[in-house]
Design a binder for this molecule. Structure first.
Ligand code: PLP
Length: 378
């Protein structure tokens, strides 16, 4: 695994997690469909029952681990049925009644549901916004600090290293939701976090056709508890999804490179409009997130957000787009956008647009967005 450390992102992505070549076998072995494995005698691993382990997961887990921690020996990765399965497995395996946890107040829209569940189990939930490192004020006595940086959909960023130091000094563990950055854009474990957790549904797999999640962390008690949680809840990915995800990783660097570059171009074009659109993109030098993002990120992601003056204008804009589908989620090769306020969960203005930049040609996409802006203004 450590051999991957010195190589470029593209090289690492195409080779991530591949087993030693075997004559007459494919480079990436096909999905192994098995509820149970042939197991005479004493039931020893690695492969016994399909809810515990599967060789297709093993290859994918190695691949994600190599990308999240190229130089990290002893990092363990677990794949899950979805990002929420991964998130819940960390929270519910690490926290007990009477513990306190700090969650982002502006994070993924299912976190408030998780909060209700944690509180029902007797866990104290505190919240803090992502930007400005306000988490520092609510850390005392917490068992776990949950960060989502950049945050979805607000694109605020917090200083992972600084917050990890403060949390560890108080005996708290730190998990970072790395969905938006992908492991090519940010490596939370290298910044000191105990867990890097993500939805693989988004840019990691990038085609909008599978749900997946993962947890990376240093092997030890905490990860053993996460593994145990996956087993007892059974929040496991199917072998076909795991295999498709691994296949998709081969193009991760190509997709991230193109999508992030175009996202910056779109953000610049929006910034340069005469009307004030409140554009947010961590890669824009004037963005409030930029200084911290530049210190800890290697790429700024494919999501751009901005705010149109009214709901009606936002809806006209979305209708006028030709190359961008009106759909939720983000990170896919086809651009999508939505009026985020339609869900009701996030604290965003009615005209707030979250735009996920795909792999289209940059000039085509920028032109489409600017044309739709012009048309929707009329
Ligand atoms: C989508 C998303 C999740 C949830 O992932 P699923 O795969 O949909 O369960 C969690 N965190 C962030 C930041 C997300 O964008």
């Amino acid at each position: 695994m450590s051999a991957a450390g010195g190589l470029g992102d593209g090289t690492r992505a195409v080779r991530a997690g591949l087993p030693e070549p075997v004559k007459h076998e494919p480079t990436l072995p096909g999905p192994v469909f098995a509820a149970h494995f042939h197991l005479p005698g004493d039931p020893t691993g690695p492969y016994t029952y399909g809810r515990d382990e599967n060789p297709t997961w093993t290859h994918l887990e190695r691949a994600i681990g190599e990308l999240e921690a190229p130089d990290g020996d002893g990092v363990e990765t677990l794949v899950f049925a979805s990002g929420m399965a991964a998130i819940s497995s960390v929270l519910l395996s690490q926290l007990r009644a009477g513990d306190s946890v700090v969650l982002p107040s502006d994070g993924y829209q299912a976190l408030p549901l998780v909060r209700d569940q944690l509180e029902a189990y007797g866990i104290e939930v505190r919240t803090a916004p992502t930007g400005g490192d306000a988490q520092l004020d609510v850390l005392d006595g917490a068992r776990l600090l949950w960060l989502e940086t950049p945050s979805n959909p607000g694109l605020d960023v917090c200083d992972i290293r600084r917050l990890v130091e403060a949390a560890h000094a108080r005996g708290a563990l730190v998990a970072v939701d790395n969905t938006l950055a992908t492991p090519l854009g940010q490596r939370p474990l290298e910044l000191g976090a105990d867990f890097s957790v993500a939805s693989g549904t988004k840019q990691l797999t990038g085609h909008g056709d599978i749900l997946l999640g993962y947890v990376c962390g240093r092997a030890g008690e905490a990860m053993t508890a996460v593994r145990r949680w996956r087993k007892i809840v059974g929040a496991i990915p199917g072998p076909m999804e795991a295999w498709l995800a691994h296949r998709s990783l081969a193009t991760l660097q190509l997709r991230v490179d193109r999508q992030n570059a175009t996202a910056l171009a779109v953000a610049e074009a929006l910034r340069d409009r005469p009307e004030e659109l409140g554009v947010r993109y961590p890669g824009l030098p004037a963005d409030p997130s930029h200084a911290t993002a530049a210190r800890q990120m290697r790429g700024y992601g494919c999501v751009v957000s901005f705010t149109l003056p009214t709901r009606a204008r936002a809806e006209r804009f979305l209708d006028a787009l030709r190359l961008v589908d009106d759909a939720t989620s983000f990170g896919g090769v086809r651009s999508t956008a939505e009026r985020r306020g339609r869900w009701g969960g996030d604290a965003v203005p009615e005209g707030f647009i979250r735009l996920s930049v795909g792999a289209e040609d940059t000039e085509d996409l920028v032109a489409d967005v600017l044309r739709a802006l012009d048309e929707s203004a009329r």
